[in-house]
Write a protein that binds this ligand. Sequence first.
Ligand SMILES: *[C@@H]1O[C@H](CO)[C@@H](O)[C@H](O)[C@H]1NC(C)=O
Ligand SMILES: *[C@@H]1O[C@H](CO)[C@@H](O)[C@H](O)[C@H]1NC(C)=O
Ligand SMILES: *[C@@H]1O[C@H](CO)[C@@H](O)[C@H](O)[C@H]1NC(C)=O
Ligand SMILES: *[C@@H]1O[C@H](CO)[C@@H](O)[C@H](O)[C@H]1NC(C)=O
Ligand SMILES: *[C@@H]1O[C@H](CO)[C@@H](O)[C@H](O)[C@H]1NC(C)=O
Length: 716
Amino acid sequence: MVVMSLGCCFVLPFLNLLLVISVHCNNVPDGVQVECRDRYLWVSIEKPLADRIFQIEALDDTGVYPIMEKYASECGYTHTYDDASGNAILRASYLSCHTDNPTDEVFVFNFNLITSDQGAVSVPLSKTCTLSLPWSNREVICEHKYMEVSVRNVHCASNGETSNSSTSSVAHESATNGFKVLFLKGGEEVASLSIGDARMLGYVIDATAERIVFRAAYGQPHSEIKKINGIPVEVAHATVFFRRSWTVVMIDLTGACTSNLGSFDGEKLLWKTPMVMTPLLYDHSGFVSEHIRFGVKGQLLDDSTIRDWGYMLDISGDSVWIGVPYSANGGHRWSFVEDNTYSEYYWVSLYYEHVFMDGSGHLTRFRQVKKLTSPLLLQVPFTIDQTILEEHYFTVYLGNFPYDVELFDVVLNGEPFSVPEAIQSGYPIARVPHSNGTHAYVLRVPFEDPVVPKMYFSEGILQYSLNINYTLNIIPHDPYYHSASVIAQIKDVFPPDFNGVCTETGIIFKMDHQKLGYLWEIGIGHYPLTTELAAHRGYLLHNDSRRLTLEVPVFTLGYIYEDINLKQFFGTFEILSRDAKTLEIQKSAAKRCLFRTDELIVCSPDGVMTVVANVTAPLPEAEPSRATLTYENEILVNRGLFPEGAPVITRDADFRLTVQCYYPVHDFNQLFVDRKFKSETPGFGSINQASDLTVKHMPKQTTPPNDLLLRYCKEV
Ligand SMILES: *[C@@H]1O[C@H](CO)[C@@H](O)[C@H](O)[C@H]1NC(C)=O
Ligand SMILES: *[C@@H]1O[C@H](CO)[C@@H](O)[C@H](O)[C@H]1NC(C)=O
Ligand SMILES: *[C@@H]1O[C@H](CO)[C@@H](O)[C@H](O)[C@H]1NC(C)=O
Ligand SMILES: *[C@@H]1O[C@H](CO)[C@@H](O)[C@H](O)[C@H]1NC(C)=O
Ligand SMILES: *[C@@H]1O[C@H](CO)[C@@H](O)[C@H](O)[C@H]1NC(C)=O
């Protein structure tokens, strides 16, 4: 098809007073922003208001027209949402059906926003735009849901007759004259329709002061998909015929829009479009590309912004490639949770422009809106155990999250903490930003913490474990969970080793402090070894940062005596290493030593008292064969220091040797139950001689651990 240029053209005077008034009438309600862009009016309605609007109407001299979905794409209106803000966006083409456009240079838009407040309230919105970028001979706009083609009209008068009828539409003209729009498909004519019939099928053919406009939604029956360099392109071959006096004007209004989807290579969204949109060319040989530019959200970007944002444009062979890095500025990342699975995708609304000239010498401005969407990307959080054993801290990395995901709280071995609480409780949580805009979290929990259970294995392994349940939140509120378990094992951890050495008067135990010594309690029988216990029992305890030395004099509490004869006996003393938490015995160190003595009293756990005494020594000399044993016992409550000053009942006699055994009451619980004597520990004893009242073998400062004592006392 060719445009037949029919000679004489002219410019018509259009302005009238009424239009001048409406040109200056701008009325933008609160919560609405409007901008005149070079080819359309941009309206952004803030979310709270947008949520209340159930209909938008366009107004012109002829009436009020609700902009419903199908009608919007036929008439040049595009509804979208801004994902980031939730605002409703309306784009109205300068050539849209109900725009007051007297000269193709001033465009008056009038809308009513119908809100659901108190029934239905109509909020007027009006805006006047003036053309900022001159029209090209032909403009093709591939919008979201429709294509719009406008071509400079030829205003011609035949027979020298001038016409002032340009304000009347072609539709009007052809309807009255019965002229047609012709559709071709595969080179064949498929329909020849009156302008009115075409309108019934959803096509709009209109005339403005200077231009003829054709608009068609995508996917119309008279359109076809053609492959150009392997890229699908939707083409609507429309030609308008109309009569002007005795001449016929024929205007080619073919539109062509790339209909492929973008692709995603794992890093960027890619879109490919033919360099030469052949259905729009009449003469390929004369093709000259003036420039290719692109941008986002209906606006072209300058080169430096494109570079800064990392967008790419590549012309290779017959195709133009545009690449947008995932998550780059200008697009939107969208994340959500389903079944505790976090997913996201990224999309960008590209705006592509190619201005070119073909053999006819006319300039075509081709623009296309193309929404590119990545596939749904499952984002499974992962944890990395970064624990360094020597630090004695769990260090757990959790990543990687986009900006709209935040860590909300953590459950550590069943105990919940919000992030500030965790930090306050000594579990630092650091947010680690990455250069690509993602971030991660690093949580630290000390090994030796009440929240961390530990286990000791006899092979010398100490194990700490931490179960973490993270609650992540997609801002503002869409929580999901991720759990992780980490363990830390410290090897070669053994209970303290005591080295015992016999001396004449007792046993000296030595232990070098080793790592994690706090894991064990050093015990003497049931009691933990403390400075108090040592002082109580007469042990000599020396403890510094390097080693612990414990000297236990013979006859102090804790010894077991065996093989006693009149000259010597064996004394055994045992030190235990217990798990500080379970009190389970991990190790025992018992040292058996030979002691020489001429005097001894042993109070064994079964209540047997063994006494070695030189009864020939005292004056007057006593005959051992004439010695008698008198049995006596008493329960003594001692509230103070033992035993000096305590009431000890004695009898006056010429010679008396009193041997006494003391058992901590605490240790023999069976006594009153089955009348059998049984103590958990040996008692300790004293031998007193009437002629020598010093208490032997029992250091004066010694105080048994319990106030309540049972004393067995026998006199010889
Ligand atoms: C312009 O058109 C009107 C009617 O449409 C007509 O009355 C008028 O004479 C025309 N003017 C010229 C200059 O042709
Ligand atoms: C972002 O950076 C982090 C850290 O370098 C990396 O692990 C992650 O894979 C990156 N994510 C994307 C989407 O490139
Ligand atoms: C983590 O916490 C959430 C919320 O309390 C719970 O539904 C989920 O089962 C927990 N996950 C684990 C592994 O304990
Ligand atoms: C001995 O000293 C060490 C280190 O100073 C300390 O941890 C330990 O509790 C002390 N032991 C006793 C029994 O006092
Ligand atoms: C008992 O004491 C006397 C007088 O001190 C001494 O001569 C004797 O050797 C002692 N007997 C023993 C077995 O030690």
